[in-house]
Design a protein around this ligand. Structure first.
Ligand SMILES: Nc1ncnc2c1ncn2[C@@H]1O[C@H](COP(=O)(O)OP(=O)(O)OP(=O)(O)O)[C@@H](O)[C@H]1O
Length: 233
């Protein structure tokens, strides 16, 4: 399975944010999306998730030599600022989410099985989401994708809110998940990008380009990425 971005264009007022962005993302890899503040990473994710309408171009999901337009339900989106029903407990929300997605679930699983997978403590499960920390809310969002398994998962700077232990758990989880999904996450933390990603993609001047893989673990990596990002503008 692969996600093909075909000449995606997005303009806000007079600002051309995406100017014909093209790339092929493949299942089984974790992609890190790098770009300066305001480069358009969130805009790209919003276009892919259907939250923002593209002005031009398209995103296709290709599998077994057939391609179709990417649909909203194909995309799981972990926002940098999680949007969750704060008036429910974590347990109530997961239970509700499982009820409305019955057809997509593995049979016999309970909400607690998923909380266990995400290492969300027993005493936190029945607390209101309103009182959850930022990192716990991100965890809860990620739990939803373990349930429904959308083919494409976008993570907008999610791991920055996790403490070191949880960040490690999440990294391991993402590594496990990558075999069945196309995973793209945006980050400003180069160390995290090199640590977790199989491939790095730079969004610069509205276009996407791949960072040569031989650079990824080389001593010149940081300097090369900075050089690539400097071009912005
Ligand atoms: N709804 C909107 N209306 C007008 N301009 C917008 C809108 N959304 C984004 N922009 C502009 O588009 C540009 C790209 O913003 P975006 O949030 O996608 O960047 P980003 O790469 O995610 O930035 P950061 O790394 O700072 O989070 C910015 O100049 C932003 O002001």
């Amino acid at each position: 399975m692969q996600l093909v971005l075909d000449h995606i264009v997005k303009t806000f007022d007079n600002k051309k944010v995406l100017q014909g962005a093209e790339f092929i993302f493949q299942q089984g890899k974790i992609y890190g999306l790098l770009g300066r503040n305001g480069a358009g990473k969130t805009t790209l994710f919003n276009c892919l998730s259907g939250e923002t309408k593209m002005d031009g171009g398209r995103a296709l999901l290709e599998e077994n030599d057939t391609a179709r337009e990417l649909r909203e339900q194909d995309v799981g989106y972990v926002y940098s600022l999680p949007i969750l029903p704060e008036f429910l407990t974590g347990y109530e929300f997961v239970k509700f989410f499982m009820d409305i997605n019955k057809d997509k679930l593995e049979p016999g699983r309970t909400p607690d099985d998923y909380f266990d997978l995400m290492s969300i403590a027993k005493e936190d499960r029945h607390r209101l989401i309103k009182g959850y920390s930022h990192g716990m809310k991100n965890k809860l969002q990620m739990l939803l994708f373990l349930l429904t398994k959308p083919p494409v998962i976008l993570l907008d700077e999610p791991l920055t809110s996790f403490d070191v232990i949880v960040a490690l758990e999440m990294k391991n989880l993402l590594r496990e998940m990558k075999t069945d999904h196309i995973l793209i996450f945006s980050t400003h933390i180069l160390q995290l990008a090199t640590d977790l990603c199989d491939e790095l993609v730079v969004l610069n001047n509205g276009a996407l380009s791949s960072v040569p893989s031989e650079l990824l673990h080389s001593p010149e990596f940081e300097a090369s990425v900075i050089e690539l990002l400097k071009d912005e503008g």
